[in-house]
Design a protein around this ligand. Structure first.
Ligand code: GLV
Ligand code: MN
Ligand code: MN
Ligand code: MN
Length: 401
């Protein structure tokens, strides 16, 4: 009884898939994003759900009157990182739709409204700030800041929204958040913890917490000139500083990383100007992602880098340590059976942004045999995906009986 999971999963597979890498490119406010949003709307309509959008364009579909009582909301996001896997995000949305279908088919009558959400721009792949959709409606990011963010082509979010025919009236949306009595985001696990446990009891785990994490950008200036005719002594090459920055970030994290407490730092994106193989870089922007279960360790990495590159470094986003609602987490765990594992994560999620805004929130993680994520290697077996749908069905029945 997987509630039409397989049919929906198969429909989404071709959208935004790169034929060469097998990875997905589903970025906010692009054609692919539009296709996914339309697909979501169609699926919600077919289930008889009423679709609304909040003040950031996140899609909420309701079974029952959302203003009758605070509802139980499930769902996730459909966008991806560059060359991402199929599961990060879509698994939560497709599982939520399948759970609603399964509940309807068995004649379940919810005592409170049930919502399915598709958050926009979770990965921040295009405009740089992750969870832009949930940050704006919770007030964690201002509308001005969001509208002014620019993609690699210099297109601002305001221009991207206008190009899709949308208004620019973004902002905090307490009325939408007030409808959310509890939010349970199902997600593929982005590590190997479940795959290493007893196979009989570890297809699905319940989330406990999200590590504190943030994004920073560092800008390095040089002077463009000819790569063949300019003597080394006469160059100001912005790439050299950027390379030193990437190494220093790695070293600052490694000094703090041990078996008890992980500490990680990644420079995963560079923008090089002018970007010619035969031109000395006149400007490099390096993007840093740093995380640890301990906030003081992340801040230590950043303090070290500020010391070394005082002019260059600027914070882009920060998400503090997040603990999911303990009462909700344990209630969900007990509903799924007391042997269900509890798991924390170093990955960020809209569930974390909502939790930090005071919404009772928890997560479900579905086993990933490769342990990899943000790459096409990311995987979940069909049987485990179905177990995830069953888990959502159980959870909704527990919370909305
Ligand atoms: C988003 O998936 C993140 O954790 O970076
Ligand atoms: Mn992700
Ligand atoms: Mn995700
Ligand atoms: Mn994420």
């Amino acid at each position: 009884m997987a509630g039409g999971f397989d049919r929906r999963w198969a429909e989404l597979l071709p959208v935004g898939r790169d034929g060469t890498t097998g990875g997905y490119r589903r970025f906010a406010w692009t054609r692919e994003d539009h296709t996914l949003r339309e697909w979501f709307a169609g699926e919600c309509g077919a289930l008889g759900l009423d679709l609304t959008e909040d003040r950031m364009g996140n899609q909420w579909a309701w079974w029952g009157d959302p203003d009758a009582a605070p509802g139980v909301v499930i769902g996730s996001h459909l966008d991806s990182v560059p060359d991402g896997g199929a599961y990060d995000g879509p698994l939560g949305v497709v599982s939520a739709l399948a759970a609603v279908q399964a509940l309807q088919e068995e004649g379940f009558r919810p005592s409170v409204p049930i919502g399915v959400v598709n958050f926009g721009d979770e990965e921040g792949a295009r405009f740089g700030v992750a969870c832009a959709g949930s940050r704006v409606i919770t007030g964690a990011m201002t509308a001005e800041r969001a509208l002014g963010l620019r993609d690699a082509d210099g297109v601002s979010m305001a221009e991207a929204l206008r190009a899709t025919g949308r208004g620019l009236d973004l902002g905090p949306d307490p009325a939408t958040l007030a409808r959310v009595g509890s939010f349970v985001e199902l997600h593929v696990e982005q590590g190997k913890a479940l795959a290493l446990m007893d196979p009989a009891t570890s297809a699905v785990a319940v989330g406990t917490d999200i590590w504190p994490h943030g994004r920073w950008r560092a800008d390095f200036a040089g002077r463009a000139d000819h790569a063949g005719t300019t003597a080394l002594a006469d160059r100001t090459d912005a790439m050299l500083e950027a390379a030193a920055f990437a190494l220093a970030a790695r070293e600052a994290a490694a000094r703090r990383d041990d078996h008890e407490h992980r500490c990680v730092a990644t420079v995963g994106k560079l923008e090089v100007t002018p970007g010619g193989i035969n031109a000395i870089p006149s400007h490099v922007t390096a993007w840093l992602d740093a995380r640890s279960p301990r906030e003081d360790l992340v801040q230590g990495v950043i303090a070290d880098l500020h010391g070394l590159f005082p002019e260059a470094l600027r914070e882009e986003s920060w998400t503090p340590a997040t603990r999911f609602d303990e009462t909700l987490t344990l209630r969900v765990r007990d509903a799924l059976g007391e042997t269900t594992p509890l798991l924390g994560t170093g990955a960020g999620h809209d569930a974390g942004i909502l939790a930090n805004a005071g919404v009772p929130t928890t997560m479900l993680f579905v086993r990933n045999p490769t342990g990899s994520s943000h790459t096409p290697e990311e995987h979940a077996d069909a049987a485990d995906c179905h177990a995830g749908v069953d888990a959502l069905v159980t959870v909704v029945k527990e919370l909305a009986a």
